[in-house]
Design a protein around this ligand. Structure first.
Ligand SMILES: N[C@@H](CCC(=O)N[C@@H](CS)C(=O)NCC(=O)O)C(=O)O
Length: 256
């Protein structure tokens, strides 16, 4: 589908209202999420890190931004019709004050970046950006597919192979982490955590369904566990993460 207004590709049913550079900057108005979704959590992590939200309950937060949960197992028709016809979260509605026009933005990585740029312009150096991107890329290319590979592998005979792939993924991610830690780039929570923490926080689901434990017999695993521990204890992560019980229940259809 392409937007009849600016002809750009769009997954939504609405016109995107092509941006005119002279317009007043748009305002984020509604963020559609699910507390179960690690991609959506990237956006809430970005907002919590910027001090805009202190939890993920539905409602209006600073600067008038509203959080709205979408039940992924029972999506409302209006969400498909008006926001994202693919039915995925996260999605962000922004509004142009000059015209009242709105536009829907999709995809967690650029969305989290957009929210961070809007609410907390980054003081990261080019090298910090590079290092964060290396972590994010290794997580996205190796850890995330291996995580889903293991959770989806229902055949007990094939689970050891899927577990081995996850461990190999962790061996690939670990060298992208700062050697001393405890966070990915060193002693502070950073963009690398905004992009990756949500996936680490779903490891207890693998413990529940696949009895996955982080081995301790290699420096790579020790460093990765140190990262998990630092991330799990961070207030921004705690404020945006669903309970283990809820996550376990949500992933049941995938795992069992
Ligand atoms: N590439 C997307 C992935 C988003 C995604 O897969 N969201 C899942 C939940 S974690 C979803 O909305 N699934 C609903 C569905 O597929 O019906 C992003 O980064 O935003």
């Amino acid at each position: 589908m392409s937007c009849f207004s600016c002809r750009s590709a769009t997954w939504t049913n609405r016109p995107c209202n092509a941006i005119d550079d002279n317009m007043t900057q748009p305002v984020p108005t509604r963020l559609f999420i699910s507390r179960m979704c690690p991609y959506a959590q990237r956006t809430t992590l970005a907002l919590a890190d910027a001090g805009v939200i202190d939890g993920i309950q539905d409602g209006k937060y600073g600067d008038g931004l509203e959080l709205i949960h979408i039940d992924l197992r029972n999506k409302p028709q209006w969400y498909l019709d008006e926001i994202n016809l693919k039915g995925k979260v996260p999605a962000l509605e922004i509004s142009f004050p000059d015209t009242g026009a709105t536009r829907i933005l999709l995809e967690s990585a650029p969305l989290a970046q957009y929210l961070a740029d809007t609410f907390r312009p980054s003081a990261m150096t080019p090298l910090q950006r590079f290092d964060a991107a290396m972590v994010t890329d290794a997580m996205g290319s190796h850890f995330v597919p291996a995580f889903y590979g293991l959770i989806r592998e229902k055949d007990p005979e094939k689970q050891p192979e899927a577990t081995a792939k996850l461990l190999e993924a962790i061996r690939t991610v670990a060298p992208t982490l700062h050697p001393d830690g405890p966070f990915a780039l060193g002693d502070a929570f950073s963009w690398a955590e905004v992009m990756s923490a949500s996936f680490l926080m779903r490891l207890p689901v693998l413990k529940h369904y696949r009895d996955f434990d982080m081995p301790t017999d290699e420096p790579a695993f020790e460093r990765f566990q140190q990262w998990i521990d630092a991330v799990s204890a961070h207030p921004t992560v705690q404020a945006t993460t669903a309970s283990v019980d809820d996550l376990v229940e949500f992933y049941k259809v995938m795992a069992v």
